[in-house]
Write a protein that binds this ligand. Structure first.
Ligand SMILES: Nc1nc2c(c(=O)[nH]1)N[C@@H](CN(C=O)c1ccc(C(=O)N[C@@H](CCC(=O)O)C(=O)O)cc1)CN2
Ligand SMILES: NCC(=O)N[C@@H]1O[C@H](COP(=O)([O-])[O-])[C@@H](O)[C@H]1O
Length: 204
């Protein structure tokens, strides 16, 4: 049993997985400057970088067709790299790119599940900046609960079946930084719990 972790940034959730002694086989970062790469290397975990910018090269943003093709190849090549490493499970721990069917389909065919950490409750604030959006809704009195979930990854972003859901109360007298710090604390618990659950499901 082993997991492959996808990251894009600081890697504090990767660090939670490392500290919990989960069987991490490899870490792939979408960014060559992600601090999470240093965390993995310090823990003796092999790493690699798979950068979308490398596939885009000098293509201008107006070259929509060529960029779409490049992004599909990025996803296909990522699936090849991942499947060559034969993980039991892929964990998106702050992976900040939407995964295309050219990645999802080969993994589904190989029965390799993918899970993701998302800092919101099921059905709320899909996509990026979910922490800020939840906090703002709380400040406006529109929402009393934020949260964190670990969910299976499907093509529809952040709509896969939840594995772990943890609610967090939204407080009017709390700054964004204070709320964010609480969310991160819960994330680090949820990602270990969710990864253990998904690993168990993958082996049964
Ligand atoms: N097909 C799926 N891909 C991903 C999922 C998913 O559920 N299905 N979860 C995400 C993680 N994530 C939220 O939890 C997320 C990350 C990034 C984005 C996004 O819009 N990315 C943009 C780039 C954003 C930017 O850099 O400013 C993009 O990919 O073009 C949405 C959701 C992981 N992938
Ligand atoms: N939609 C996904 C998303 O927004 N994920 C966010 O990326 C961060 C990664 O932090 P890390 O690199 O320190 O683990 C996490 O805090 C999580 O909220």
């Amino acid at each position: 049993m082993s997991i492959l972790v996808l990251i894009s940034g600081s890697g504090s959730n990767l660090q939670a997985l490392i500290d919990a002694k989960l069987p991490i086989k490899h870490v792939v970062s979408s960014s060559p400057t992600a601090y999470g790469l240093e965390r993995a290397q310090k823990a003796g975990i092999p790493t690699s970088v798979h950068s979308l910018q490398t596939y885009y090269g000098d293509l201008p943003k107006t070259a929509k067709g060529e960029r779409k093709a490049a992004r599909s190849q990025f996803n296909k090549d990522l699936s090849t790299k991942v499947l060559e490493l034969k993980p039991s499970l892929v964990v998106c721990a702050g992976w900040m790119l939407i995964l295309a069917p050219s990645f999802l389909d080969p993994l589904a065919k190989a029965n390799v599940s993918i899970i993701n950490l998302h800092p919101a409750l099921p059905g709320a604030f899909p996509g990026i900046n979910a922490i800020d959006r939840a906090w703002e809704a709380g400040q406006k009195g529109e929402l009393s609960k934020g949260g964190v979930m670990i969910h299976y990854v499907i093509a529809a972003v952040d709509e896969g079946k939840p594995l772990v859901v943890k609610e967090i109360d939204l407080r009017k007298d709390e700054t964004l930084d204070e709320y964010t710090a609480r969310v991160h604390q819960i994330e680090h618990i949820a990602i270990v719990e969710g990864t253990r659950k998904a690993l168990e499901a993958a082996t049964n």
